[in-house]
Design a protein around this ligand. Structure first.
Ligand SMILES: *Cc1c(COP(=O)(O)O)cnc(C)c1O
Length: 452
């Protein structure tokens, strides 16, 4: 049976969880068969269903199944899918012009996005913003800025890091499978320090920040040589790595250390930025003011847009013509970003993100007490994860994550996994998700844990 499918996305989508067919339904299965002949094997999708419409807190598939969305297309549709301010601004922009190339003929919308990012990023210093298309491209360009501004080669990153899939950013990414395997040789001058990961720190949570900092400092001072280090790139909360929140104080110690040595601190806020964690930027939770910040995922409501925002003296160090790209700062994407800023400000979505986080942490705590397979609950705002373990141990329980995600999908809830060991359930709901749906999704999640 196929029920009627509303072709309208955005908040027009009925805010219900409803199963019209088995999952995946016949139409999704048909597309999966077509896909096998048209797409390469290396491209994998988490869900077995194909999207037809989405908005508010719901995604409707091509068979008319209506899912509660706890993934936001991997932290992208933070303000909701097809959010009203995004749709109206993009529609109006599409009717005016779709592209000129900012490097050929500039336009005001680009400036507005840059001015807003300069205003809302941490720090009162003078800033500049350059726009790009993807997170990887932003991180790659942040490294270019850091190198040209410092005339130093080395880049320091951390265990569990994810920075992208281009040559440079794949090198910076920690996880070998699937991101690096077989794709080398990698870019030179990338060094990796331990992350202050409280849950898995060998000498215990209390020692985590100080120990991790000592190892980081020793790597820089004794192995690389501080005078060779252009920048340290860090996610203030690690995303793909499993929502690892660095031990309190660690980021601030790293920031002070860098400042004393002329090393630039780059906060990769591609996943954490733009209201996701209950602040515009996750760096704010640790009172860290980075020299450069990268944003992308949540920046333009689903249209491709990324940015590097940073200290004016660093950003101006690149010579004229050294930075740019054909599509970078596309006018439709800029219009979408202005719509995102409008949605966050008019609906106070920073508070909404914090409220969603409280509900998630509370409910996951109850589930944890019931089941004994939740080793750690962590994250901030609408970026919360549960790390699953074999009961009574800290051994990663990847199978349980896979089973829970399958149960959730079959019962109308879409969520994601993460983590170096694939044993982390991560929740990234859109901030437009109504409370009733959030509670309903968590009931399904609880049933999923009980079904194990
Ligand atoms: C997703 C992500 C990237 C890469 O972004 P793409 O748009 O996929 O290139 C970089 N850094 C972080 C922290 C991310 O989460």
């Amino acid at each position: 049976m196929t029920s009627m499918i509303s072709l309208q996305g955005g908040p027009g989508v009925a805010q219900v969880r409803r199963m019209a067919t088995e999952v995946p339904g016949p139409r999704s299965r048909e597309l999966t068969a077509r896909r096998a002949k048209a797409l390469p094997a290396g491209l994998v999708s988490g869900a077995g269903v194909y999207a037809a419409a989405a908005g508010g807190g719901v995604l409707v598939d091509v068979d008319g199944n209506s899912f509660i969305d706890l993934g936001s297309g991997i932290a992208v549709t933070t303000v909701g899918n097809s959010a009203p301010a995004v749709v109206s601004r993009v529609t109006a922009q599409a009717q005016r012009f779709t592209h000129t190339c900012f490097l050929a003929t500039p336009y005001e919308q680009y400036l507005e996005v840059a001015e807003t990012l300069n205003r809302i990023t941490p720090g009162d210093h003078e800033k500049r913003t350059a726009l790009f298309n993807t997170g990887a491209e932003a991180v790659e360009n942040a490294v270019k800025y850091a190198r040209v501004a410092t005339a130093r080669p080395a880049v320091v990153v951390f265990d569990h890091a994810f920075h992208g899939r281009s040559l440079m950013t794949m090198t910076m990414t920690a996880k070998q499978a699937p991101y690096r395997r077989g794709f080398g040789p990698f870019a030179p001058e990338v060094y990796r320090a331990p992350m202050a990961h409280p849950y898995r720190w060998p000498s215990g949570t209390e020692n985590c920040a100080a120990d991790a900092f000592r190892q980081f400092a020793s790597l820089v001072d004794n192995q690389i040589g501080a005078e060779a280090v252009a920048c340290v790139v860090v996610e203030p909360i690690q995303g793909e790595g499993g929502f690892i929140v660095p031990a309190p104080g660690f980021l601030a110690m790293v920031a002070d250390f860098c400042r004393a040595r002329g090393i630039l601190l780059v906060a990769d806020e591609v996943q954490t930025g733009i209201a996701r964690t209950g602040a515009w930027f996750a760096s704010e939770h640790e009172q860290v003011v980075p020299d450069l910040i990268t944003t992308a995922k949540g920046l333009a409501g689903g249209l491709p847009l990324a940015a590097v925002t940073g200290r004016a003296d660093i950003m101006d160090a690149a010579h004229p013509g050294g930075i740019g790209g054909t599509f970078s700062g596309n006018p439709l994407s800029c219009a979408a970003a202005l719509g995102v800023f409008e949605e966050v400000e008019t609906h106070d979505l920073l508070t909404r993100a914090a409220d969603i986080g409280e509900v998630l942490v509370r409910e996951l705590g109850i589930i944890s007490a019931e089941t004994g397979i939740v080793g750690d609950i962590r994250g901030r705002g609408a970026m919360i994860a549960a790390e699953l373990v074999v009961p009574g141990t800290e051994e990663p329980n990847r199978e349980a994550v896979a089973e829970i995600l399958r149960f959730c999908q079959n019962n109308g809830v879409l969520a994601l996994s993460a983590g170096t060991y694939g044993n982390v359930l991560r929740f990234l709901p859109p901030l437009s998700l109504p409370d009733e749906l959030l509670r309903e999704a968590l009931t399904v999640l609880r049933d999923a844990f009980r079904s194990l």
